[in-house]
Write a protein that binds this ligand. Structure first.
Ligand SMILES: [Zn+2]
Length: 386
């Protein structure tokens, strides 16, 4: 196998493209030969003109212990959990010892854990944020949020935001919290966000039905909690420009998806990234990489609509600054990357992607060996134009 520069340090993002995840991170430390194998498996793209870097393989593990440096402007990393200690659902669950490891890292490292509403407000207003600002969000009002997560976060003074699909609470199912429990959380300082009424696949619903979901859930929040939340999270991370507009019109101030990445004021406030944490993606190693990641500011992302209109997608973006060792990792498809000048990056795939969700993650080496990380998630309908 030909060894190229891209094998010198494995991109942490490769773990999100190809399963399994846990083994991959462990293998990260196993040397260049293993890395070569992994990189081939992960099918990364690298521009032909990118010179072979001479960084040592040891840079595979970012040096996170270096002192916090001042970052220009405000940026943040937001994490997303779902269930806690519910091992029957590994793809949405986090084990108690994993949560403990996350908490230990947040306590140990130079992080500033802040309320996500305050983070979004600071970024929207062009205010500064401390380096390594971290936000904690939880999607769905699972009972284990009340029983397991909140006691832990509360003990450590870590603010959390819970995105609630109102019907889950209204159905009076013991899997979910009750309105009384949600009122308790609110009284104790937890931020509540909107997450539609029925936890629907909003991107592929008629827009009138989306608006009805938003209106109904807003009314339920008002009735039960006395307010309508400021923040929204798209169920499954699935959105479209039309849905985005409806969420904005409904009065929300910002909305999160489920694509990885750090963000700053160059990000779309109504399609903000979050790092998902579950049993596979919740290892201490990945948590460390994500918590220390910095934004890769880009603009003119194509396709502009997060609901794919043509398949395969013609993915591209314009970099706002130099991106050392830029690599992109699609969740499926064999990619080819083209660089147009210094700033424009275009990625093409070898064929259409399957209906559902298609992700692509791009990373480059940032300051202090921290990863710049830009991800996108596209919802792929059953039928798209070729
Ligand atoms: Zn959800």
């Amino acid at each position: 196998m030909k060894s190229t520069g891209m094998n010198r340090h494995i991109n942490p993002n490769a773990i999100e493209s190809v399963r399994p995840v846990t083994g991959r991170l462990r293998l990260q430390m196993a040397g260049a030969v293993v890395m070569t194998l992994l990189m081939v498996m992960a099918a990364p793209v690298m521009a032909q003109q990118t010179p072979a870097p001479d960084e040592p393989a040891a840079e595979a593990i970012p040096a996170v212990a270096s002192p916090a440096e001042a970052q220009a402007g405000a940026s943040a990393v937001v994490f997303m959990y779902h269930r806690f200690g519910e091992s029957d659902y590994p793809s949405t669950n986090i084990r108690p010892e994993q949560l403990d490891a996350h908490i230990a890292e947040l306590k140990r490292g130079p992080y500033h854990v802040m309320d996500v509403g305050a983070i979004v407000q600071a970024i929207a207003n062009g205010e500064s944020l401390p380096d390594r600002t971290v936000g904690i969000t939880i999607d769905d009002a699972y009972r284990s949020v009340f029983d397991v997560a909140w006691p832990v976060f509360k003990k450590h003074n870590f603010p959390m935001t819970v995105f609630v699909s109102t019907e889950q609470v209204d159905t009076d199912n013991s899997t979910y919290m009750s309105w009384d429990q949600l009122r308790t959380l609110v009284a104790e300082g937890v931020t509540i966000g909107g997450h539609s009424q029925h936890h629907s696949h909003l991107a592929t619903m008629p827009i009138a039905a989306v608006k009805a979901e938003l209106a109904h859930s807003a009314q339920r929040f008002k009735d039960e909690l006395g307010f309508v939340p400021d923040l929204f999270a798209y169920p499954y991370g699935e959105a479209s420009l039309e849905v985005r507009e409806a969420v904005l019109e409904a009065g929300y101030k910002a909305a999160f998806g489920q694509h990885s990445g750090a963000f700053d004021d160059s990000a779309d406030l109504f399609y903000l990234p979050r790092y998902a944490l579950n049993e596979s993606y919740g290892t201490p190693e990945r948590f460390l990489l994500a918590a220390n990641s910095v934004p890769m500011p880009v603009s003119d992302i194509t396709p502009a609509d997060y609901l794919l209109q043509r398949n395969p997608p013609a993915f591209g973006f314009t970099l706002h600054g130099p991106a050392r060792d830029l690599n992109c990792y699609p969740s499926s498809g064999v990619p080819t990357m083209t660089r147009l000048g210094d700033a424009r990056v275009e990625i093409r795939l070898d064929g259409p992607v399957a209906p559902g969700r298609w992700r692509i993650n791009c990373t480059s080496l940032g300051p202090d060996n921290r990863w710049r990380w830009f991800g996108m998630l596209y919802t792929v309908p059953e039928k798209t134009a070729q």
